[in-house]
Design a protein around this ligand. Structure first.
Ligand SMILES: [Zn+2]
Length: 476
């Protein structure tokens, strides 16, 4: 039986959940708000992780691991940090059957425990910069959860760097923002806007937060990665100083940056369709699947030919031959579409007879028949073309759903009837931001970079002069 997926335009939320459960990416756990990542979902995460890990190492970072449990007093040391994270914290008070002297927080993020260690490790300018990344799980007690997008426990990476100057820390913040942007666009095939967050949307404890924001197929925004300039806030909270070249004592400058399993949610929502997943080839756990089509009388002939094609391709692609004879070719086609395998090769008796193969691309459904000797070059071209097509399709969609607005009535009208990104002037006052959110549910996603000096516009809400254009959207 083919999977039953609720169509996108009927119920977008249900469509998203149907894809995850039917494609077996994840499942609900016995603990409310937590998620079980199934092998197919985890394979996707491994590809994301491996690609990013390489990019982090290329930019000079090393991996380390810090404990899951953080003394409660650490979290309390940075005022904004504790205020921001307290409502979401899970706290361990009993260990080994005894009440603990000091409660331990299950990490919601690791700035505090890491900076308590940096105090031991950093004495001199020679110890800087310190460029560390951690792959880990974190826990934030969420009231409303959704598979991959918002779960109580999730997997992520968190980079934590220490620097001798404010300028260096700021450069690092932007460098990692652009690593995320490059990953999103080149590998996930999702165009992103990058820019600074408003005060209301920034990370608890940061001087400035930067983010990449992607548009989903329902016109809502999804924050896909953040990079924070932490200034000296955590160095001061944990008394981390270093001796500079001139012999003076200074507080260290910090950054942190992270992406999470939320990216899998972004991937699904940006590209998939009513048949199931659509995955960019560069991250697909399987790039190609071969489906032989046979009846009892020609089974051996077709399978032998299919195995020959598989043998020639297996060292070059992540490829699988589906020779299971308990399911029909039609079922296998639907299943490969549900799983989002970018290229399907169909081989029946006619192809065997003519030394051909049929290739079907997942994104458009287009079919072509080529000589089996041309399999490799055709697959190469198809994978590249699918990767590019997905990116451009998403980019076109974003363009079509981005509006430049100067009138607040029009702003409200757009947010009421069609979602999307609205570019509008904003005076910089948090009060206007709050009012807009109350009226329309739209928040400032980013203040786009390099646009700070755009021709003076007026705040779309209050009409005062705008400091910089802002991009508003409803967000996940
Ligand atoms: Zn205003």
């Amino acid at each position: 039986m083919a999977a039953k997926i609720t169509p996108r335009d009927k119920d977008y939320s249900q469509w998203y959940i149907d894809i995850i459960t039917q494609a077996k990416l994840a499942d609900y756990s016995p603990v409310k708000g937590c998620m079980v990542i199934r092998p197919r979902g985890y394979a996707l995460w491994e590809n994301i992780q491996q690609t990013l890990d390489k990019m982090f190492k290329e930019t000079g970072h090393s991996n380390a691991y810090f404990p899951l449990l953080i003394p409660e007093s650490f979290i309390k040391k940075e005022a904004e940090h504790v205020e921001g994270f307290s409502p979401e914290m899970a706290v361990v008070t009993i260990g080994g059957g005894e009440q603990l002297e000091e409660p331990l927080v299950i990490r919601p993020t690791s700035e505090t425990i890491i900076w308590s260690m940096y105090k031991k490790w950093i004495q001199s300018y020679r110890d800087l910069p310190l460029l560390i990344n951690q792959w880990a799980n974190v826990l934030r007690w969420e009231k409303r959860t959704r598979l991959f997008l918002r779960t109580t426990e999730f997997l992520w990476q968190e980079g934590h760097t220490a620097h001798a100057t404010s300028k260096e820390a700021h450069e690092e913040t932007l460098k990692m923002l652009f690593v995320y942007k490059r990953f999103a666009e080149e590998f996930m095939a999702i165009p992103v806007l990058s820019g600074q967050k408003s005060e209301a949307e920034k990370f608890a404890g940061a001087v400035a937060t930067y983010a990449i924001e992607a548009m989903m197929q329902d016109g809502k925004a999804l924050q896909a990665g953040t990079s924070h300039d932490l200034g000296q806030n955590f160095a001061k909270a944990f008394d981390v100083t270093f001796q500079d070249k001139e012999g003076g004592l200074q507080y260290v400058w910090a950054t942190s940056w992270g992406v999470s399993t939320r990216l899998i949610g972004a991937l699904i929502m940006a590209h998939s369709d009513d048949k199931g997943l659509v995955i960019p080839p560069k991250l697909a756990p399987e790039e190609v699947i071969i489906v032989p089509i046979f009846k009892n009388q020609n089974k051996d002939l077709v399978l032998e030919y299919a195995r020959g094609v598989f043998a020639r391709l297996k060292d070059h692609y992540r490829i699988r031959l589906d020779d299971d004879d308990t399911t029909s070719p039609g079922w296998k086609f639907a299943e490969s579409e549900l799983q989002g395998i970018p290229v399907r090769i169909e081989i029946g008796p006619r192809e065997v007879e003519q030394n051909k193969i049929v290739l079907v691309r997942r994104d458009t459904g287009e079919k072509q028949t080529v000589d089996h000797t041309q399999a490799g070059q055709t697959i190469d071209r198809l994978l590249e073309d699918i990767q590019n097509t997905l990116f451009h399709r998403a980019l076109m969609f974003r363009k079509e759903h981005t509006y430049s607005v100067s009138d607040y009535a029009e702003f409200k009208e757009i947010m009421r009837n069609k979602n999307g990104f609205i570019e509008a002037g904003w005076c910089g006052d948090a009060a206007c931001e709050t009012k807009i959110k109350e009226d329309t549910k739209a928040t400032i996603r980013v203040l786009p970079m390099g646009r700070e000096h755009d021709e003076a516009k007026k705040c779309v809400y209050c009409g005062k002069p705008s400091r910089a254009p802002a991009v508003f959207a409803k967000a996940y």
